[in-house]
Design a protein around this ligand. Structure first.
Ligand SMILES: Cc1cc2nc3c(=O)[nH]c(=O)nc-3n(C[C@H](O)[C@H](O)[C@H](O)COP(=O)(O)OP(=O)(O)OC[C@H]3O[C@@H](n4cnc5c(N)ncnc54)[C@H](O)[C@@H]3O)c2cc1C
Length: 489
């Protein structure tokens, strides 16, 4: 039997890491487990990173309440945890008189939900804010409180701060069973051991229904809804500063073009119901639809500057609302499920709500030594010439650029590999440093990053993976493979 904890959190996405960091304020032994080798590998790695203002969720839903509260809490998270939060507002466009009633509907919804500053402005006023908008747009629903984050930076900041405050992360550990005795949760069985705990928080994204089932507490069902996003070259990052989208549909906010805090134009997502939770394929049809739909908003955008595309799955429930409740069947088992969009925007409020649920179970005692602050390492590319020279003088590996597109140095990659949440594969290095996120998408730096990983981890390069076991990058040295082939003849 492994170590004992007060709380085990299943899932190291933005929901699980946010909860871990907020619970770390209290005198609790906390373990976060995730089946992947890194944090931020589920829906949290494949989304727009929009801190939606909250005009879209139906009034009275958890989504409506937690979205607006999340927007209020984000500036404090950003200040304490030192991640980029860009608040440039968001727009919903009407191209014709027929679409105006829909804008009015979401204006009213926004007011009921408590969205600050929400208003409808004319197309001309919108073009004063965003000069590249289509001249065909006649009116816009404007919400100034919307913001944007790089979600991987938020999740890493939360996880690092949680670790600094005593939370343990066990990655590459899939939960295969939840222990329940006498109607009370007792812990989890994972592929890396069994861990007893008085509470289990289920933040397993699209798999939350499966984890709940393991506990005998399946009180909801998750059906994955795939969304495809397209990333463009940073050189085109000046076309738009805020998000502009279509009038939301029944099940999605509709997507639209935006620019990420790190400067990449990002279009999409689409919304397609899929049967398989692992189906993150990208189809030509998805891409065509996103390009056609989003191109309407900024018609002069050069769409041939695509650098990559990807899909993620929203963990939708049949009510379309978040499902955040202590289980009615198993004492101490808390479901934090159905966290589809606006899950990123709501994450500080979700964590706050879960702390409230835990306080219903028992009084929580604040730790006097809790440190809410975490300082990010300012990337080499963002520093002044003088600072760069000082870094190189202290460590010559800062003078060795590995990723030419994003100007990532060898020293930063080494730092990522030995950080509080250590990077163990090429994608994990990318999440921490942006190496491979640029125009060539790792064509130049990929093998170099792999070689540094092999050196720092003390493994052969053939053991280095893209994103964990099963995604090995190299079969062997060409010379050795040739010899093997020759020997087999
Ligand atoms: C295309 C797209 C665009 C989106 N855009 C936005 C947006 O702009 N703004 C916004 O607010 N929201 C957006 N969302 C929604 C947002 O991404 C999610 O709400 C959020 O990421 C959910 O985070 P999570 O931590 O709950 O889930 P996840 O990030 O999926 O994390 C769940 C974790 O649980 C782990 N896990 C699962 N099963 C097990 C097991 N058995 N054992 C151990 N670990 C397990 C997984 O490996 C995973 O890491 C978007 C979603 C998509 C798909």
């Amino acid at each position: 039997m492994g170590e004992e904890y007060d709380v085990v959190i299943v899932g190291a996405g933005i929901t699980g890491c946010g909860i871990a960091r907020e619970l770390a304020r209290y005198d609790l032994r906390i373990l976060v487990v995730d089946k992947e080798e890194d944090v931020c590998c589920g829906a949290s790695k494949a989304n727009n990173g929009m801190v939606h203002s909250g005009y879209e969720p139906k009034p009275g839903t958890l989504k409506a309440k937690l979205n607006v509260r999340g927007v209020e809490l984000y500036p404090r998270w950003a200040a304490e945890l030192d991640f980029k939060l860009v608040q440039t507002g968001s727009m919903v466009a009407a191209f014709s008189e027929e679409e105006l009633p829909a804008l009015e509907k979401f204006l009213e919804r926004g007011k009921v939900n408590g969205v600050p500053g929400i208003e409808i402005i004319s197309g001309d006023e919108a073009r004063k804010k965003e000069p590249n908008l289509s001249p065909e747009i006649i009116a816009v629903l404007w919400t100034p409180s919307a913001g944007y984050v790089e979600v991987q930076q938020v999740v890493l900041a939360l996880a690092e701060n949680a670790v600094a405050n005593g939370v343990r992360f066990l990655l590459g550990a899939e939960v295969t069973d939840v222990l329940v005795e006498g109607g009370r949760v007792q812990g989890v069985v994972t592929t890396r051991g069994t861990f007893r705990s008085r509470y289990v928080i289920n933040a397993a994204g699209v798999y939350a229904d499966k984890v709940a089932e393991m506990a005998g507490a399946r009180e909801f069902t998750i059906h994955p809804r795939r969304g495809t996003l397209i990333v463009f070259d940073k050189r085109e990052g000046k076309h738009l500063s805020c998000f502009i989208g279509a009038v939301p549909g029944e099940y999605t906010k509709g997507g639209g073009p935006m620019t990420t805090p790190d400067g990449n134009p990002l279009w999409g997502p689409s919304a397609i119901e899929v049967a398989d939770k692992e189906d993150t394929a990208v189809s030509a049809e998805d891409l065509r639809q996103v390009i056609e739909k989003d191109g309407r908003f900024i018609p002069n955008f050069p769409t041939d500057t695509v650098i990559t595309y990807f899909s993620g799955n929203r963990p939708a429930t049949y009510t379309e609302d978040f499902f955040i409740e202590p289980s009615a069947k198993v004492h101490g088992f808390v479901n934090v499920a159905g966290i589809q969009s606006p899950g990123v925007a709501s994450s500080p409020a979700i964590a706050e709500m879960v702390v409230g649920i835990m306080k219903e179970y028992e009084p929580l005692h604040e730790r006097p030594d809790f440190n809410p602050y975490r300082k990010r390492f300012v990337p080499f590319r963002e520093r002044s010439r003088e600072e760069q020279a000082a870094l190189i003088a202290a460590d010559p590996r800062f003078g060795h650029i590995i990723c030419r597109c994003e100007h990532v140095t060898e020293a930063e990659i080494v730092r990522a590999i030995h950080s509080a949440i250590p990077a163990r594969n090429v994608d994990a290095v990318k999440r921490r440093t942006r190496a491979g996120m640029g125009r060539c998408q790792g064509g130049f730096c990929g093998p170099r990053v792999a070689a540094i990983l092999a050196r720092e981890l003390g493994v052969p390069v053939t053991a280095v993976t893209k994103k964990g076991p099963g995604s090995e990058l190299f079969a062997g040295r060409i010379e050795d493979l040739r010899l093997e082939k020759g020997a087999a003849k």
